[in-house]
Design a binder for this molecule. Structure first.
Ligand code: SF4
Ligand code: SF4
Length: 148
């Protein structure tokens, strides 16, 4: 029996039709290397369906929890939710949103981003350290015109 069966049911993974729409939007292709079919939401779903051990799922370490895959999936597979749950199962240490404290990405991914983009990135680090909801609110707040 697949050890992830309950999670696969909960997040709708059995409905995946392998259309690849989620792959086109996933930023892991930009932030992680070397690229492989497993380093994508579709690849993660396939690995989970095949009961691959969590430690051997590269997407668990590199997913940015942007939610694009779940929003675009025509089969309503919540891949971002599945990844978050599998991370918990695997006991991966998470960086948390600076504002609301919800789990954001594995610390290894944050370290990768810091190293990959360097000092220029650190000056803008506040946005990547916010969850999607807090990021949206901060963006609106920072870019809305003040009333005259
Ligand atoms: S968009 Fe949904 S159905 Fe298509 S490959 Fe991704 S998870 Fe599967
Ligand atoms: S939530 Fe993760 S897997 Fe889904 S599109 Fe964003 S980075 Fe990719």
């Amino acid at each position: 029996m697949n050890p992830y069966q309950d999670l696969l049911m909960q997040y709708g993974a059995y409905g995946c039709v392998e259309c690849g729409k989620c792959v086109a939007l996933c930023p892991m292709a930009e932030t992680a290397s070397p690229l492989s079919p497993e380093l994508s939401p579709k690849g993660l779903v396939r690995q989970a369906l095949n009961a691959v051990e969590a430690a051997s799922m590269p997407a668990l370490k590199h997913c940015l929890q942007c939610g694009s895959c779940s929003q675009t999936c025509p089969a309503k597979v919540d891949v971002a939710g599945l990844i978050k749950a599998l991370r918990n199962e695997a006991g991966l240490e998470e960086a948390v949103c600076m504002l609301c404290g919800q789990a954001l990405m594995p610390l290894s991914t944050l370290n990768y981003l810091n190293n990959a983009v360097g000092a220029a990135y650190e000056q803008k680090l506040v946005y990547p350290l916010l969850c999607p909801d807090c990021k949206r609110r901060a963006y609106v707040r920072n870019n809305s015109k003040s009333p005259r």
